[in-house]
Design a protein around this ligand. Structure first.
Ligand code: NAP
Length: 278
């Protein structure tokens, strides 16, 4: 049996599905077990009931947003209840300076959660994904509801965004298979794409002539601030774009090595979410 934290989220849901397809039993942690809609056979667990839920677990998945401030307590309980292995998710940029990790200004603590897991005595695996392809929906859906052009900064910024199912399937493999123990694994999509390449790919998949038009970074930052984004988040994001324009995007082949098939492409991700763009 495996205990999954963050089970109702972007990564948690496909992780539960991936573990089910491996034939695993699952307990899924959520703050709202009464509202949870997990597949049949998955037991929903409230955070308050976690000690009992850990009893008999072969593995624990630590989701950094769900566990965050409670990570130390969760790991102590896991050790006391005899859990054999812990898999933690963090992020590919987790070793960067904290000021260069925009998500920290939204409250995420990937570095601290990963460190808490890897410094414990329990056997561990740390999975470090690149940017989620899902971010493109949050960034661009609003503009694309109004027309065929996305206006944004740094058209030439490139990254190998990743499908949430690939993240989930690597985490599932790390839970059920001991060959990845003790590794910090950077996983990415199959190819780095510039922002002005990604938007036309969305268009090609959903059948619209979409394009990216670059605007000056300062103008884009002001727009984000007017839309209510945190000032430090916006500065960190712009700094990240600028810094990473100067170095090649990281692309790894870990997904292919671990799962025995290539990482899903961005076009595949768009097709899997085609309805979300209209
Ligand atoms: N976005 C990216 O490009 C990217 C890339 C790499 C790594 N990451 C990291 O991945 C994590 C986000 O993963 P995700 O998208 O799967 O998360 P998510 O869907 O936002 O959250 C997962 C689940 O955690 C619970 N949760 C959310 N906020 C919480 C809070 N404040 N306290 C307690 N529980 C909370 C919720 O479950 P319940 O409501 O059911 O309790 C939620 O369904 C972050 O740490 C982020 O930095 C993100």
């Amino acid at each position: 049996m495996y205990l999954v934290t963050g089970a109702t989220g972007l990564i948690g849901r496909p992780l539960v599905e991936a573990l089910l397809s491996e034939g695993a039993e699952i307990r899924a942690v959520t703050r709202s077990p009464e509202d949870a809609t997990f597949p049949a056979g998955v037991e929903a667990v409230a955070p308050e009931a976690i000690r009992r839920a850990l009893r008999g677990a072969r593995g624990l998945f630590v989701h950094p947003r769900a566990a965050k401030d409670d990570t130390d307590k969760l790991l102590r309980l896991a050790a006391e209840e005899g859990v054999r292995k812990v898999v933690v998710m963090s992020a590919i940029n987790v070793d960067d300076h904290p000021d260069h990790q925009p998500s920290r200004f939204n409250g995420d603590r990937n570095a601290e959660v990963e460190r808490a897991v890897t410094e414990r005595a329990l056997p561990w695996v740390a999975v470090r994904p690149s940017s989620f392809a899902m971010n493109t929906l949050a960034m661009w859906r609003g503009q694309l509801a109004l027309g065929d052009t996305v206006r944004g900064p740094y058209a030439g910024f490139a990254e190998a965004v990743i499908h949430e199912r690939d993240v989930a399937e690597v985490i599932a493999r790390a839970l059920v298979d001991d060959s990845l123990l003790g590794r910090r694994i950077a996983i990415t999509g199959p190819e780095a794409l510039r922002l002005d390449e990604m938007v036309p790919i969305i268009g090609a998949v959903i059948g619209r002539p979409l394009r990216f038009e670059e605007v000056p970074a300062e103008m884009a930052a002001q727009g984000m601030l007017r839309n209510g984004l945190d000032e430090r988040f916006v500065h960190a994001l712009m700094a990240r774009y600028q810094r990473e324009m100067e170095r090649p995007a990281t692309v790894t082949t870990e997904i292919e090595t671990i799962l025995g098939r290539p990482a899903r492409t961005f076009a595949t991700w768009v097709a899997d979410h085609a309805g979300a763009w209209s």
